[in-house]
Design a protein around this ligand. Structure first.
Ligand SMILES: [Fe+2]
Length: 373
């Protein structure tokens, strides 16, 4: 049951389209003043098509559906029903969703309209409120550095989690061997492990991926070829073969959600993850290259303009890498703590901390895992 938007199923397609309009209107925000019009065309019910006009709010018109617009979106009625079933965890990148929708015209506008279709679960909202209360009671906005611990005990880790306090952990050597990794060593040790699934037919092994990555780094002009898929695993599931070396530490593997692998050539001048917060406690294990994280405590939420519509994680409208204090004046008061992770170090980031991530070196490799509780 979602307190933010309880309606999840409809007796008719026509009610589903009306529900869809309410959903996007309710989640719509436009702090940067985007303007334009999108036609939403439902192929099974052309008479239900409508035009969404961007302004301070979203205005919907149905009376002149044939008029000129900036963007055309065609979305089957089955996908609209599915959005309602899944909006608490829907991921637009899922090929079985995005593959059903077609776009033409200004794609930026279509992208902006995808945001208000999702909603947080009541559980996620409660987690964020809990973190905000905890951080406020401990004045974490005034914290100016993250504590470093060398070989902490499990008890020290659990205490930091219960206090919502981030930690940088070092001294994990010699077991498991978690630094001095190179691309060649990865290909040699885990050559047959599947690191990226691009389609049913195309499963890429570590050896193939490392080959592609090395070609890319030797020919950086490939970077600008249209449609080129960047050589980055972007949070793929960590292959089983790699668990012994990069699997979760301090508590049992069953206490974590499947670890994710972030390996590849990455830009170092822009954030690889823009400002957001997660409802679960994360462990980020740095393996190759360095990463910098800028952390903002949860009690500063109202300074950072977190998006109203979100589900698995909550992005912010405010972008610290290109701050616009005219639009987001309160963000000037926000204070962050910067942490640079060296290979072999691990960041413990309790639930609810806002963070933005830069890769300082390329290639870069991290393994991340979320604690279940
Ligand atoms: Fe995150």
């Amino acid at each position: 049951m979602n307190i933010a938007f309880p309606g999840r199923s409809f007796e008719s397609d026509s009610l589903a389209v009306d529900g869809f309009i309410d959903l996007i209107k309710g989640g719509f925000e436009n702090p940067e003043g985007i303007r334009g019009a999108i036609r939403i065309y439902v192929p099974e019910h052309p008479e239900q098509s409508f035009i969404a006009n961007y302004g301070p709010t979203l205005a919907v018109e149905k009376d002149d559906p044939g008029r000129a617009v900036d963007t055309e979106v065609e979305i089957p009625i089955a996908t609209i029903h599915r959005i309602f079933r899944e909006f608490e965890y829907l991921d637009w990148r899922d090929p079985s969703i995005i593959g059903t929708v077609s776009f033409s015209g200004n794609l930026g506008l279509a992208n902006h309209l995808a945001k208000p279709c999702i909603r947080p679960s009541s559980w996620t909202q409660a987690r964020f409120r809990r973190a905000e209360d905890l951080h406020r009671s401990r004045s974490y906005h005034a914290l100016d550095k993250v504590e470093h611990l060398h070989r902490p005990s499990q008890r020290m880790i659990l205490k930091a989690i219960s206090e919502g306090r981030p930690l940088v952990v070092s001294g994990l050597e010699p077991e498991p061997p978690c630094k001095d990794w190179t691309l060649d060593k990865l290909a040699e040790r885990f050559g047959n492990a599947v690191v990226r699934v691009r389609s049913v037919a195309h499963r890429q092994t570590m050896a193939e991926f490392v080959g592609e990555l090395q070609d890319f780094m030797a020919n950086p002009h490939d970077n600008i070829i249209e449609g080129f898929v960047k050589p980055y695993t972007e949070g793929a599931n960590l292959p089983n073969e790699m668990w012994a070396d990069f699997g979760p530490l301090f508590v049992g593997p069953d206490d974590f959600i499947a670890p994710q692998l972030w390996l590849g050539a990455v830009p170092t001048h822009i954030p690889i993850s823009s400002l957001h917060r997660d409802p679960l406690t994360g462990f980020l294990f740095q393996v190759m290259g360095r990463k910098r994280l800028d952390l903002y405590s949860a009690d500063q939420a109202e300074l950072l303009s977190p998006m109203k519509a979100y589900n698995n994680y909550q992005p912010c409208w405010f972008k610290p890498e290109g701050p616009d204090y005219k639009i987001y004046p309160r963000a000037e008061e926000a204070r962050c703590i910067s942490v640079t992770l060296e290979p072999g170090q691990l960041l413990l980031q309790p639930e609810g901390w806002f963070h933005q991530v830069y890769a300082l070196d390329s290639p870069n490799m991290s393994v991340s895992y979320f604690w279940r509780y």
